[in-house]
Design a protein around this ligand. Sequence first.
Ligand code: PMP
Length: 311
Amino acid sequence: VSNPAYLSMDGELVPYADARVHVLAPAITYGATVFEGIRGYWSEHYDDCLLFRLDEHLERLAFSMKVMRFSTDLEPKRIKQWVRRLVAANGQRDAVHIRVLAYVSEGPNMHTVAPISLAIASLSRPGRTADMAGIRACISSWRRISDDAMPPRVKCASNYQNGRLASLQAKHDGYDTPILLSGDGHVAEAPGSCLFLLRDGHLVTPSPSSDVLESITRDTIMELAEKRMGLRVEQRSVDRSELYLATEMFLCGTASEIVPIASLDGYTVGDGGIGPVTRSLAAAYAGVVRGEPGHAAWYTPVYRDTLGSRA
Ligand code: PMP
């Protein structure tokens, strides 16, 4: 897929090749960046590109900036307009993956809290839900960063070095993805996605105080599972050995969507195929993000000011 024509920097449209940051920015030296990954999907029903749960992503970005003490008057409302303007300027009428990055763009040292810059990129990227092959996961020997040191609830770029160490180790050892345990030995999450398992017919996912990101996809899945499929969903502390008992298991996140896990540490999950609950949830999710009627509050249209339908 080719690069888009524009990125957005501090609200200005900038040609892709010209979107630059100074090498001494605290964003680079100290990882003083917080960000969001957002998806938009083309909707036949609404005849528009729908940004999925953009408001929730921008609220989370505001929370990340607050915790990291970024000094800025950037507001979700303004960023939202910049995101829409960028996708429209790129003329993107397909599925997009959008990154919004807020970062300390200049400064002498690691305590610098301003100036804060805001960059947005929107890349064409098809949804991955059709590609449903299960992956091989392992429990990482690297532990998840903890809320009392580097809170995973904050989507700070530097947090991702924890997942990077775990991913590189897992790939070196022949697995597709690691799953990290928290410092106290409970299941946390994968480097860029949350985890669900099916046990005795109900879904289980680590609670928000298990050193996980408060994932928007996780929230969407819980709502679809409970309201549409009538499944019980438990958010609680999860033991490692429970994962070996699971009859189905999957990862979920904005970019990864829903990824079934075929085996963990060499133990086959269920019969090693994609289980019926995972399959139904993936189908429901794929429909909802593409604008199935009934979830209007979750969509921000790019090309129109309000959600309209083709009919
Ligand atoms: N955990 C981590 C560490 C992540 O980076 C992501 C991706 N943002 C997720 C979970 C999934 O979060 P979301 O559903 O909000 O994309």
